[in-house]
Design a protein around this ligand. Structure first.
Ligand code: FES
Ligand code: FE
Length: 339
């Protein structure tokens, strides 16, 4: 049997020093905690009584038991094995087997940077090299935010991003919802350089027009929709959908948590027009769409996204995908891609 410490790991400097989503904020109320896996590291994410969020190595510094099997007691994360307690600063506040012994004044846990943005908890395992990706639509009062996912998929994260920015599959994978069997042609569109609100350069696609049988849950008939995609982090993409004639564009995020090189968790925030439909119905719609993508993603070979030019055949509609691959190469990504 393979021992956990013997499992081979690939280290990617770029992702190690970047932010990744690991939970929806609402999943961790004060006194709550969750286990998560990020870049093959086991972490525990918990919230103290003051509302501050923490992300630590999911391993007790005493005898290595999983802290996430314990719970938060009196604002302290408590180990399930011998009951040691740790405050938000990582200091041990109690060793129940020797309750009157002096305790070290410094942190004895391995902790990671954790922040909350766009309704999600983001963790950086190394030293953050840039801010969390901006998502301006989240704060637009005309839109309501609905969380969808996380969707687990056995695929490399860059393959999942590429699927999200691909429009030519709508008529096949999402026939009757996002595409129509008789409307398969993808008109020409443009891809241009883009700098996001945090000053990070990336690419965006503009002028992508499609006719969709059911562009969103509220649609009562086919709609002419203008798509826009923006990319300014390796494992994220934001889609905007402007239904022609509507006064505000909707947006959907694809934020990926790289669990391991071949396992991804997809976190979506849907910022849509206010409508009477319950949030649950909107989530069901996203669930249906993602369930259609999942078997395709898990079937793709090679599993790693090829970055060498001409290693796969292409069509005109792949223009954005070609730019995304070039962006990944420029960023220096090595995880989930073949160099
Ligand atoms: Fe955690 Fe002993 S292993 S208290
Ligand atoms: Fe799809």
């Amino acid at each position: 049997m393979t021992l956990a410490e013997d499992l081979p790991r690939r280290h990617d400097e770029l992702l190690w020093n970047d932010w990744h989503p690991v939970a929806f904020s609402h999943q961790i109320p004060p006194g709550g905690h969750r286990a998560a896996r990020l870049l093959e590291e086991e972490i525990v994410v918990w919230r103290d009584d003051d509302g501050s969020i923490h992300a630590w190595d999911d391993r007790c510094p005493h005898r290595g038991a999983r802290l996430s099997l314990g719970g938060v007691v009196g604002g302290n994360l408590t180990c399930p094995y011998h009951g040691w307690r740790f405050d938000g600063a990582g200091r041990c506040t109690l060793k129940p087997a020797q309750p009157s012994a002096p305790l070290p004044a410094e942190s004895i846990v391995r902790s990671f940077a954790a922040e909350e943005h766009h309704g999600l908890v983001w963790v950086c395992l190394g030293s953050p090299s840039r801010p969390v990706i901006p998502y301006e639509e989240f704060d637009d009062p005309r839109l309501r935010n609905i969380m969808a996912g996380p969707y687990a998929v056995n695929a490399c994260a860059p393959r999942v991003v590429e699927n999200f920015i691909d429009m030519a599959h709508f008529s096949f994978v999402h026939e009757g919802i996002l595409g129509h069997a008789d409307l398969t042609e993808i008109p020409e569109y443009r891809v241009e350089p883009f700098v996001d609100g945090s000053g990070q350069a990336g690419v965006r696609a503009v002028g992508m027009r499609v006719l969709q049988p059911q562009a969103n849950l509220q649609a009562t008939g086919p709609a002419d929709v203008e798509y826009g995609y923006r990319i300014s982090r390796p494992l994220a993409a934001i889609l905007t959908k402007q239904i022609v004639g509507a006064d505000v564009a909707e947006a959907i995020t694809l934020f990926i948590q790289p669990v391991s090189e071949a396992e991804s968790q997809v976190w979506m925030v849907f910022s849509g027009v206010r409508s009477p439909e319950p949030d649950e119905a909107v989530r069901d719609f996203q669930d249906t769409v993602f369930a259609q993508d999942k078997p395709i993603l898990e079937s793709q070979r090679p599993q790693r996204l090829p970055l060498q030019t001409r290693s796969e055949q292409a069509q005109r509609a792949d223009l954005l995908s070609a730019h995304y691959r070039r962006y990944l190469k420029e960023q220096g990504l090595t995880y989930g891609v073949t160099p």
